[in-house]
Design a protein around this ligand. Structure first.
Ligand code: CMC
Length: 393
């Protein structure tokens, strides 16, 4: 098509160059700044991973302490932010309130609009990283009718999030180290995934020089869809709907039926045509958490294991190279921690905030950066002359 190529869904278009995350979809490899996801999930905590992603290197002990204390310093939101929530219906989906509140944070930090200054960009990154868990937990508290729980800065990033979710004025949440570790691992596994839909949305929004809080709101909006971050919620609903392992073959047939739009949620990936390495780590975390709770025979976990086994032996899934993705097991872990299903995608948004803001910062700092402006294949009418309304039929 003349000077440009038609590529629906950007299946073969590189929209940018990047030094952050590498994926080899055929081999099932995921590297953050060169480090395998398996090693990071095993040995690093989320704060180290955030430092690695944003600054390009794992922190020394002192650097980690400094970075951690900066993030803890920023966890609270302006008191006026509470008023936004009161404008929502009590049953508002947490992603609906998060899209609005994340974007509205730009109103509290007028300096954040100066994106040409790396120092301003860094402060915005710190603020976003620190405050997105707070606004996510506030969305949940508002849903349940409980008072908001202020962040507690003596706690780690993951423990603090669980505290803001589950503490009430009557009863303080006591962090369980296995649950905190699982939460931290979920954050790490979802932290970045190169040019996925939401990250590309953040880059596209940011390419015009827009405010970073507004750009992250656009990422949250894109993440919400069931083909992207909304899949973890959809997986759990699907497992609940199956209800019993005997119903699995019926569901598999439904997923294979071309006349039915239904898809096996938590299966398939645009880039991975082999195992998603994050799914393996998530399955392992599932075992750890359920072991700790003494419920290895959890009904939904058993259904998921059996569903995976049957699908991986099925011709259709083998031929199309459809494997479980990260979201296939993350919902079971979150449910075991006590997180309600409608918060699953909000938790994905917390994790991915560091990826979004790092990718955004890389783009703004790139001297070759241009405003994102895809072309189109026009299939509409050719030029025609205006007809006055009295003469139209
Ligand atoms: N169940 C049944 N069939 C599927 C599935 C599935 N989950 N995924 C893909 N297919 C089929 C699809 O029907 C198509 O068949 P055909 O070639 O006969 O038309 C073929 O596989 C290729 O699918 P596609 O839609 O062209 O592939 P894509 O790269 O555009 O989509 C995907 C990738 C993740 C959107 C898709 O696999 C899907 O919808 N999966 C279920 C939703 C899900 O789990 N999403 C989470 C992704 S991982 C977390 C994240 O990054 O957000």
């Amino acid at each position: 098509y003349g000077i440009f190529t038609y590529d629906p869904g950007y299946q073969s278009t590189a929209s940018c160059s990047s030094k952050i995350t590498y994926i080899d979809g055929d081999e099932g490899i995921l590297l953050y700044r060169g480090y395998p996801i398996e090693q990071l999930a095993e040995h690093a905590d989320f704060i180290e991973v955030c430092h690695l992603l944003y600054y390009g290197e794992l922190p020394s002990q002192e650097q980690k302490q400094e970075f951690d204390s900066i993030i803890r310093h920023h966890t609270m939101v302006h008191d006026q932010v509470n008023n936004f929530y009161r404008g929502f219906r009590r049953d508002a989906h947490p992603m609906a309130s998060m899209v609005g509140v994340a974007g509205a944070l730009s109103a509290f930090y007028p300096d954040s609009g100066d994106v040409s200054d790396p120092r301003h960009r860094e402060i915005s990154a710190h603020r976003l990283l620190a405050k997105v868990p707070t606004i996510a937990a506030m969305s949940y508290k508002y849903n349940t009718g409980q008072p908001f729980a202020y962040p507690k800065n003596s706690l780690s990033y993951a423990a603090n999030f669980l505290h803001m979710m589950f503490s009430t004025p009557c009863e303080e949440y006591v962090p369980n180290p296995v649950m905190v570790r699982a939460m931290d691992r979920i954050f790490t596994l979802h932290a970045d995934h190169e040019q996925n839909a939401s990250t590309s949305t953040v880059r596209l929004a940011g390419s015009s020089g827009a405010n970073p809080f507004a750009c992250i709101a656009s990422g949250i909006a894109s993440l919400w869809g069931p083909a992207h971050g909304g899949a973890n919620e959809a997986v759990l609903n699907m497992l609940e709907e199956i209800g019993d392992v005997s119903k699995i073959p019926e569901l598999i047939e439904r997923a294979k039926d071309k006349s039915n739009p239904f898809r096996l949620m938590g299966f398939g990936h645009r880039v991975y045509k082999n195992f998603d390495p994050r799914a393996n780590l998530m399955r392992q975390t599932c075992h750890e958490v359920l072991n700790e709770l003494g419920c290895q025979d959890d009904r939904l976990f058993q259904i998921a294991l059996e569903l995976e086994r049957i699908a991986l032996e099925d011709e259709y899934f083998i031929e199309k190279k459809l494997y479980p993705n990260v979201d296939f097991y993350s919902g079971i872990v979150l449910r075991a921690i006590g997180i309600p299903t409608n918060m699953f995608t909000a938790i994905f948004a917390i994790s991915r905030t560091i990826g979004w803001i790092t990718q955004w910062n890389e783009m703004i700092a790139d001297p070759e950066q241009k405003i994102g402006r895809p072309r189109q294949l026009f299939l509409g009418p050719k030029k025609r002359d205006f007809v006055p309304i009295s003469q139209r039929r």
